[in-house]
Design a protein around this ligand. Structure first.
Ligand SMILES: [Zn+2]
Length: 139
């Protein structure tokens, strides 16, 4: 049985997006509401409005998605909030640093992100509040 095509989800311009996996179809769908339109990409899969393809979508694991969004939320321009499959949280933090996006002044313990074994294990409440989606790190 051949492998079924699958839509690969990435984060682009501050929203989740996937290209249609059908050859010669150049459509992409987004998740949720963006610029007044509801996309046809959901956690359950994707439906292409151009060619009619419907199938599974490969998302990052929820915990990873939360961590990625926490780091991307530090970027002031939505157009720069991008992630491609294979990029790590550390990659995004490095990109932030390379573009002069530092750690904001924080009250309390001053820890923005606590990383252990290559993954974020804690997020400062100020950062969680800045995230475009609710964060539930460690939940
Ligand atoms: Zn299509």
């Amino acid at each position: 049985m051949p492998d079924q095509p699958c839509a690969i989800v990435r984060y682009e311009w501050g929203r989740w997006v996937a290209d249609c996996p059908v050859a010669d179809c150049w459509n992409a769908e987004h998740a949720g509401l963006w610029q007044g339109a509801v996309g046809m990409l959901t956690r359950d899969g994707m439906a292409c409005r151009e060619c009619g393809w419907q199938g599974a979508a490969l998302w990052p694991a929820p915990e990873l998605a939360e961590q990625l969004l926490a780091v991307l939320a530090l970027r002031p321009m939505p157009s720069t909030r991008n992630w491609l499959p294979g990029e790590t949280v550390a990659d995004l933090l490095l990109q932030n640093t390379q573009h002069g996006i530092g750690v904001p002044e924080l009250d309390g313990d001053g820890v923005l992100l606590m990383v252990a074994d290559g993954r974020v294990v804690d997020v400062h409440p100020a950062l969680a509040a800045a995230s475009p989606v609710p964060l539930a790190i460690g939940a």
